[in-house]
Design a protein around this ligand. Structure first.
Ligand code: PLP
Length: 420
């Protein structure tokens, strides 16, 4: 075995003994691609360096938070300054206030924001709020949308309305209150509302689902969901954990010009630190403790280091220039892959997903359409890994472009894909 492989194997062996699957989030175990994960020792700009001193061009970007790339100089300076002032206060500070105000100033429909520590927490709290406000129990989600590891969201679509938990340890009566609908299907959504709307607290959706490949939705479909919610006094939650601040500062909500009742954020909002948030109009947010009786809390919520990383990141994004750069990179990648015989690209701004070419070259919009497509992935992943290019190690995960990527980086990615 080559020395570098031996070193990685030895580290992974230790990791396997120390943690389940050797990792702290399942997809990092490389189960979908074979081989062992590499161990990163540092990261800069568009690249990560592993413990064997191999440099990889990175299109995973920590699964989305790093829209500015790794170790951005302004964020780095901000963090050093923040560290000098201590790193957890347990009382009010000004950074979360500034971050909340910056977001409110730019996303006008929002009155109030609560910061939490992850996207999962944001979703969990938004669902609780929706149940409290409506006094109803059921939730409608869409097949193929991921909303973190909240018990009630770990549900797969069975046939019709039958639902089952995707994880053991989730109570039957929890998932019995989660209804699942197919994406891209107005008729099915209407049917569900006809049968269940009386006990439906909310609908939750990723507007551009990015956890089952990338499944761009039609605006008419989203508008129909909004219409059904309004008509039946059901709250609409847009989960923008991936898309928030990535597809423009106002995320998908702005892009599609459709306003939810509650929005959830994660990833970019913390600039690479553990932050999530949920936001809504005042009438809803005033139901949250300490004002209202919907309990929500966190020892490390609005941690000053994380808040400053998020604030510095969002300040840079708020000028809008980075989105122009990202769109240019995305277009370049798209153009370079147009004549590829084996793969197609689905893209929304700086989020991309590569899948095998299908007979009918049209956008995939539902989880069903993706189910048979994953076999191609290990070959593609290993060709890219050999070329020292890292994409997320799963056929269901999307790739991310960042401000640190250059035109030659996307050309390098396309060239490998065009040669497989
Ligand atoms: N919602 C969406 C759309 C996500 O993509 C994710 C994570 O990838 C989550 C929620 C959960 O966020 P976290 O992993 O920060 O808990």
């Amino acid at each position: 075995m080559a020395k570098s492989l031996e070193k990685t194997s030895a580290l992974f062996k230790r990791a396997l003994a120390a943690s389940p699957g050797g990792v702290h989030s399942p997809v990092r175990a490389f189960k979908h691609v074979g081989g062992n994960p590499f161990f990163v020792k540092s990261a800069q700009g568009n690249s990560i360096v592993d413990t064997n001193n191999e440099t990889y061009l990175d299109f995973c970007m920590a699964f989305g938070p790093l829209i500015l790339g790794h170790n951005h100089s302004e964020i780095n300076a901000e963090l050093h300054d923040a560290l000098d002032k201590g790193w957890s206060y347990g009382t009010a500070e000004t950074y979360s206030l500034e971050l909340a105000e910056l977001i409110k100033e730019r996303i006008k429909w929002i009155d109030q924001i609560r910061f939490v520590n992850s996207g999962t927490e944001a979703v969990m709290s938004a669902l609780r709020l929706a149940r409290a406000v409506t006094g109803r129990d059921q939730i409608l989600k869409f097949s193929g949308c991921y909303h973190g590891h909240v018990d009630s969201m770990l549900v797969a679509a069975g046939s019709g309305m039958a639902t089952e938990a995707q994880s053991s340890g989730v109570r039957k009566d929890t998932v019995q209150n989660t209804l699942v609908a197919p994406l891209d299907d107005e008729k099915k959504a209407s049917e569900i509302f006809t049968n269940y709307s009386k006990n439906l607290a909310c609908v939750i959706i990723e507007i551009i689902p990015a956890n089952y490949g990338l499944l761009p939705q039609r605006r008419e479909f989203l508008k129909h969901i909004k219409y059904l919610c309004e008509k039946n006094d059901v709250l609409l939650i847009f989960d923008e954990v991936v898309t928030g601040f990535r597809l423009g500062f106002g995320g998908c909500t702005e892009l599609f010009d459709i306003q939810p009742d509650i929005v959830t954020w994660g990833k970019i909002i913390g600039g690479g630190f553990p932050v999530g948030a949920f936001a809504a109009k005042k009438e809803l947010m005033q139901r949250i403790a300490p004002l209202g009786n919907v309990y929500q809390a966190g020892t490390l919520s609005a941690n000053p280091i994380a808040m400053r990383a998020g604030l510095a990141t969002l300040k840079i994004l708020s000028s809008g220039e980075i989105y122009t750069h990202l769109e240019a990179l995305g277009t370049e990648l798209e153009d370079r892959l147009k004549s590829n015989q084996r793969y197609s690209l689905q893209r929304a701004g700086s989020i991309f997903w590569i899948h095998p070419k299908l007979e009918k070259d049209q956008p995939l919009r539902t989880a069903n359409a993706v189910d048979q497509l994953h076999e191609y992935f290990p070959e593609m992943f290993s060709a890219l890994r050999k070329a020292k290019i890292y994409i997320p190690p799963s056929p269901y995960e999307v790739g991310f472009l960042s401000a640190a990527h250059k035109k030659e980086d996307v050309i390098a990615l396309a060239e490998v894909l065009n040669k497989i």
